[in-house]
Design a protein around this ligand. Structure first.
Ligand code: P53
Length: 488
């Protein structure tokens, strides 16, 4: 591996920080999402003008009445409010990351710490100071921060006012926020990521604060995110030409295998992955690909494009591609267009692979294929910013945690990444695990779905001491980093 390969770990503010109202932080979409399980979806709480209070049956809220006010209500449990309290534990946690040997730490800034409603003219100084302290702490150990500007978090005010990203005005609010953080942290942060898993905009409320999961509204919102991302790339480079600014793709969704070798299955699998590559095509090439323009035409989807939009997209192509990879998929049988509309449908289980307790098919070879596909398609450096396994861990009586299933997962995936780099010649800048420490699950809001090398004593109901405990995988990953990927 290259000498400067960026080994590290990754997290997101709303799943990790807690301190949801500390120092003037505003309320975000993620703060009104209740807890779910593998089988029951998370809900969104709201109040109707008649004063009645409700919770949606999922994070797709297309059934929500127009005059519903989405808000935090008494009597509901919202995991983001406490998360695992990085807010008060950041020194301890960063010291553990340093012990793991991290070269890079991927994190996100919570937009509402900086602009509580998204609409203020002036930023919240206390929020900026919080991130100054975190960056200083990282840099003290020589850990390079990599910052996601938008990780599934949007000021709730923008959602209630105009459906957040569904409305073009959100771009301006986002740009104000970007300008403030780019300038403030210019000397401390070099690596930036615009939108986390931009192709998961189909998660609607969860990823982008959308009030409607209608395909037309969703694709228009995607257009606004493309513009905002491109404008952020341009602005960032103007502020500091050393900035490296990337996009972020949920690459698991691109890795779609045909169910059989029937040509129609191959065709459908290819169609499904095209629906996903569309997002990186726009961000890496700077224009809408023909196949997607045709797809929009066929489905009666009309993107409201302003005169300068084409130029904005052209001028804001990314410096690198970051990606998450958890699994591969197989094409679901049936109508292609219908399937592409169901965002939480992860497809059927691949009979040749073993799945996790949450139904995620473990596929290290798929990782190698994915890295090759992305690099071939764009010839841009890749940064793996999420890869990991959610599992239930057991603390033994003596306080140890033997998570060999997690070590196996990482060993097999890092092996395939190494093959992609050394055998296939793919340019990979670095690798950050999801997540180095147990945090709240985005999909379910659970704690028991653990990803960390570091255990956090906290259960699904928010009970626990928050004590941090090193799992067996901690010592293993430490050796991987120290040997630059030689020891696996
Ligand atoms: P969790 C699925 C559902 C929600 C978010 O997921 C997701 C995915 C997988 O693509 O995306 C990323 O916590 C996301 C992270 C998230 C991670 O996957 O549901 O960028 O925020 O935690 C893992 O197990």
């Amino acid at each position: 591996m290259k000498e400067n390969f960026l080994w590290g770990g990754a997290s997101a503010a709303n799943q990790y920080e807690g301190g949801w109202q500390e120092n003037g932080r505003g309320i975000a979409n993620t703060d009104v999402m209740t807890k779910g399980t593998k089988d029951t979806p998370r809900g969104v709480t709201y109040r109707l003008p008649d004063g009645t209070e409700h919770q949606t049956g999922g994070i797709m809220i297309n059934d929500l009445p127009f005059d519903a006010e989405i808000k935090v209500l008494d009597g509901y449990d919202y995991p983001s409010h406490r998360a695992v309290d990085f807010y008060n534990h950041y020194k301890e946690d960063i010291a553990l990351f340093a012990e793991l040997g991290f070269k890079v730490y991927r994190m996100s800034i919570s937009w509402t710490r900086i602009f509580p409603t998204g609409l203020e003219d002036e930023p919240n100084e206390a929020g900026l100071k919080f991130y100054d302290d975190i960056f200083d702490e990282l840099l003290k150990y020589g850990i390079e921060p990599m910052v996601t500007l938008h990780h599934f978090e949007v000021p709730l005010e923008l959602t209630n006012k105009w459906g957040a990203w569904a409305d073009r005005r959100t771009i301006k609010c986002f740009m104000n926020y970007c300008e403030v953080v780019f300038k403030r942290f210019e000397k401390k942060v070099k690596y930036w990521i615009t939108f986390n898993e931009i192709n998961n905009i189909f998660f609607g409320f969860l990823s982008s604060g959308l009030r409607s999961s209608d395909i037309q509204a969703t694709m228009q919102a995607a257009h606004h995110q493309f513009l905002a991302s491109a404008m952020a790339v341009k602005l960032g480079h103007e502020i500091n030409s050393d900035f490296q600014i990337g996009c972020m793709l949920a690459a698991s969704r691109c890795t779609v295998y045909p169910q059989t070798c029937k040509p129609i299955d191959v065709y459908e699998a290819w169609q499904q992955s095209s629906r996903q590559y569309f997002f990186s095509d726009v961000q890496c090439r700077g224009y809408y690909p023909n196949y997607q323009i045709k797809y929009f035409e066929r489905n009666g989807i009309k993107i409201d494009m302003h005169k300068d939009d084409k130029k904005i997209l052209e001028q804001g192509t990314v410096d690198f591609i970051s990606l998450s990879y958890y699994r591969s998929m197989i094409n679901s049988s049936g109508d292609i267009e219908e399937n592409s509309k169901d965002p939480l449908q992860l497809g059927e289980i691949n009979p040749y692979l073993v799945a996790t307790e949450w139904g995620i098919s473990i596929d290290p070879i798929g990782f190698r294929i994915t890295l090759n596909n992305l690099y071939d398609r764009y010839q841009l450096p890749l940064m793996v910013v999420e890869n990991g396994i959610g599992a239930i861990d057991k603390v033994e009586d003596d306080g140890t945690i033997h998570d060999e299933y997690r070590i196996d997962f990482f060993r097999n995936h890092i092996k395939e990444m190494r093959a992609a780099i050394q055998i296939d010649g793919v340019n990979v800048m670095g690798y950050t695990s999801w997540a180095p420490i147990d945090i709240v699950s985005a999909g379910t809001g659970e704690m028991r779905k653990r990803y960390g090398f570091i255990y956090v004593d906290m259960d699904d109901n928010g009970n626990g001491s928050l004590k941090r405990i090193k799992k067996d995988s901690f010592y293993w990953y430490q050796k991987v980093v120290a040997s630059n990927g030689e020891f696996l």
